[in-house]
Design a protein around this ligand. Structure first.
Ligand code: PNS
Length: 173
C-alpha cells in the first residue's frame, strides 16, 4: 500500500480451491492482475468440508497453463489458515470474486475474520455477468453427466477434465 492506496507494488493473494479453475476464476485473475503489482493465485491444499476431485499437482498444472499469458501472476499453494499464509507471504491484500448476493453473505464474514486474524483487507471484484452462474462444482457436475462446458473453463482445464473422466471410467470397469 502507498498512502492507503493500492499501488503497482501491491502484492495480492487470490485464494481458492480451483477444483477445477473456471473462466470465472480466469476473468478475476486477469482483471486483478491489472490492479496490483503482483498477483499470487493461491490454491488451498485441502478445501474445507470436501475432498478435491483434482490433486494439488493437477490443479497447479491447470492453473499455470491457464494463466501463462497473464503478466504479474504466479501460482502457489497453502495449507491451513489463509490468514497465516497471507501474513507469511507478506501480502498486502486478498482478492475475491463475487458472483451473486449469496456469495456476499459468506464472503463478508470471511473477510472480517481474515482481517481480524491478519490485518489484511479483502478486495472484491464483481464477477463478469457471463460467469455469474459458473462454479467449479456445477462445471464438474455438468461435465461428468455429459454436458458441454467448453465455454466455461480454460482449454487446459477442459483437457484435464477429459483425462479425469477417462480415468474415472477406467477405474470403474
Ligand atoms: O474456491 P473456494 O473453495 O471458494 O475457496 C475458499 C477458500 C480457500 C478461500 C477458503 O476456504 C479458505 O480461506 N480456506 C483456508 C482455511 C481458512 O483460512 N479458513 C477460514 C476462512 S475465514
Amino acid at each position: 500500500m502507498t498512502d492507503g492506496k493500492p499501488s503497482r507494488s501491491t502484492r495480492a493473494i487470490y485464494p481458492g480451491s480451483f477444483d477445477p479453475p473456471t473462466n470465472g476464476h480466469l476473468d478475476v485473475i486477469e482483471r486483478a492482475a491489472r490492479c496490483f503489482g503482483e498477483l499470487v493465485v493461491a490454491i488451498v491444499v485441502n478445501p474445507q468440508k470436501r475432498s478435491p476431485m483434482f490433486s494439488l499437482d493437477e490443479r497447479v498444472s491447470m492453473l499455470k497453463e491457464s494463466i501463462a499469458g497473464v503478466p504479474n501472476t504466479r501460482v502457489e499453494h497453502f495449507r491451513g489458515l489463509l490468514a497465516d499464509y497471507v501474513k507469511a507471504s507478506g501480502a498486502d491484500v486478498i482478492v475475491k470474486g463475487l458472483r451473486v448476493v449469496s456469495d456476499f453473505e459468506s464472503e463478508m464474514s470471511a473477510a472480517l475474520m481474515n482481517r481480524s486474524l491478519s490485518n489484511v483487507d479483502t478486495f472484491f471484484l464483481m464477477s463478469d455477468q457471463r460467469y455469474s452462474f459458473v462454479s467449479s462444482s456445477l462445471v464438474k457436475e455438468v461435465f461428468f453427466l455429459g454436458g458441454d462446458v467448453a465455454s466455461l473453463v480454460p482449454e487446459p482445464v477442459l483437457r484435464s477434465m477429459a483425462v479425469k473422466r477417462t480415468q474415472l471410467h477406467d477405474s470403474r470397469t
